[in-house]
Design a protein around this ligand. Structure first.
Ligand code: MV4
Length: 448
């Protein structure tokens, strides 16, 4: 097992990983930018190395500086968390070439799954149900138009290097296809320097359902239930829950086994997530595979009792999984609400500032993941998510009541947050009915 791990991240996920290391008796090294000198992760780690100024290109995205810090502190492994370099295949390769373990899959696998069009083709060959659409990449609008005419409208035009909705457009007719294709392709060239596109049949009002996977280096691969992540605003998840209100045991088993089959098809290692679209007729389709620990991983931890970050570290250290699929029990219902320093009254504009008074809830089945403390100044340079409130209840209504109570206790004076927005979702009749899909927020919370 590793004696020392460097965490190449900041905020609540860095704190989360530092805590897991401490519980495992592993020393932790934090890297921080000049703007994070007073940050909680910098203070909690056993060692802390300043890697540069606030700008991410000079700090949290700077591979050389992070690797230098790992070598200088003699860390045996680097945990990338999520975002930043967590799905950067070159960084994963650089770690391994430097004799430092990367807590995640290989660079090659990250690259394969990061190419969404290639991932689709791989899954098609493995017999995984994917959204009907192209197998080969599309580069020219005319080529795409012929395919879309053949498929029938509406279609979804997507960027192969995309994800999270970037470089994605819906085309509802032959007439609007070419314009939308060019817009999506240009967005992809600007954002990723890649003009590779692909086309899928548009799935009307789907749910975004993802299955958590854990795989060791010996081919043992587990699925750990699903997360319904349909409550999204502009492709940013707002709230996630497990289990999904409309998935029964039979469908859950089929999706879980399909996810394991997909992971095995690419010889997946470490924690990963298979994203599916679930349509109104309960058909599910592979959409993409995420090769990192995700923001919403605590939802799965609460219903399975498995610490995913610790399992990631054990797998990276070459240990085999200690549990088999038959020992996985999904218990109760978990919900996560992301607390962002943003103002819903001002189109969710980020609102950094100084924390003047802070109170987080507690109680049975209430978990907080955060890097906030009283008097902390939230820097303006990074993501606006400042805390996650996760609850675990006996069933969905118990979890909802528990979340309402927990959010009602939260005090974060000095900044504006989306707490009231979260509260409104938890009290919305459609949400309470469980009949939610990816259009829930646009349909009910966005001014027409
Ligand atoms: C789709 C889709 C419907 N049909 N693809 C969103 C980002 C990326 N994960 C892929 N996403 C989607 N792909 C087809 N063929 C619906 C989504 C989707 C979504 C789309 C618009 C607005 C919000 C959304 C939230 C989750 C998924």
């Amino acid at each position: 097992m590793f004696q020392k791990i460097l965490i190449a991240n900041r905020g609540e996920i860095a704190v989360r990983i530092i805590r897991a290391c401490r519980e495992m008796g592993i020393l932790s090294v934090a890297v921080y930018s000049e703007a994070d000198r007073e940050a909680l992760h910098t203070q909690l780690a056993d060692e802390a190395v300043c890697i540069g100024p606030a700008q991410t290109a000079e700090s949290y995205l700077n591979m050389e500086r992070i690797l230098s810090a790992a070598i200088a502190t003699k860390a045996q492994a680097i945990h990338p968390g999520f975002g930043f370099l967590s799905e950067n295949e070159h960084f994963a390769d650089m770690c391994v070439k430097s004799g430092i373990a990367f807590v995640g899959p290989s660079g090659e696998l990250i690259g394969k799954m990061g190419n969404k069009s290639q991932a689709r083709a791989t899954m098609m060959e493995a017999g995984i149900p994917v959204v009907p659409g192209t197998k080969e990449p599309v580069y020219e609008a005319e080529q795409g138009l012929a395919i879309a005419d053949e498929m029938g409208y509406p279609v979804m035009i997507k960027a192969s290097s995309g994800g999270g909705g970037k470089g994605m457009r819906i085309a509802s007719s032959h007439e609007e296809f070419e314009n939308h294709f060019h817009l999506a392709q240009q967005e992809s060239v600007n954002a990723f320097g890649d003009n590779t596109m692909y086309i899928e049949k548009y799935i009307e009002k789907p749910r975004h359902i993802e299955i958590q996977i854990l795989a060791d280096k010996f081919g043992n691969t587990l699925w750990l239930g699903e997360r319904d992540c349909s409550i999204q605003r502009r492709h940013q998840k707002v709230m996630e829950e497990s289990p999904c209100a409309v998935i029964d045991d039979n469908l859950r088993q089929r999706m879980g086994e399909t996810a394991v089959q997909a992971a095995k098809a690419v010889h997946y290692e470490n924690a990963g997530t298979i994203e599916f679209l679930l349509d109104k007729n309960k058909n599910f389709y592979f959409m993409e595979m995420n090769t990192r620990i995700q923001v919403e991983h605590p939802v799965t931890e609460m219903v399975t009792g498995i610490d995913l970050v610790k399992e990631q570290i054990r797998i990276a250290a070459g240990e085999s999984l200690k549990i088999g699929q038959e020992e996985i029990r999904l218990k109760g219902h978990a919900i996560e609400c992301r607390i962002n320093a943003e103002d819903p009254e001002k189109n969710f504009m980020p609102c950094p500032g100084i924390i003047e008074d802070l109170h987080f809830p507690g109680g049975n089945g209430v978990r907080i993941e955060s890097a906030l403390y009283n008097g902390y100044t939230i820097p303006p340079y990074y993501d606006s998510m400042v805390a996650k409130v996760i609850v675990h209840g006996e069933d969905r209504i118990d979890a909802i009541r528990k979340m309402r109570s927990a959010l009602g206790e939260v005090v974060v004076d000095g900044i504006t947050t989306n707490l009231d927005f979260q509260y409104d979702i938890l009290n919305h009749p459609t949400f309470l009915s469980g009949d939610i899909d990816t259009h829930f927020i646009p349909d009910y919370f966005e001014k027409k």
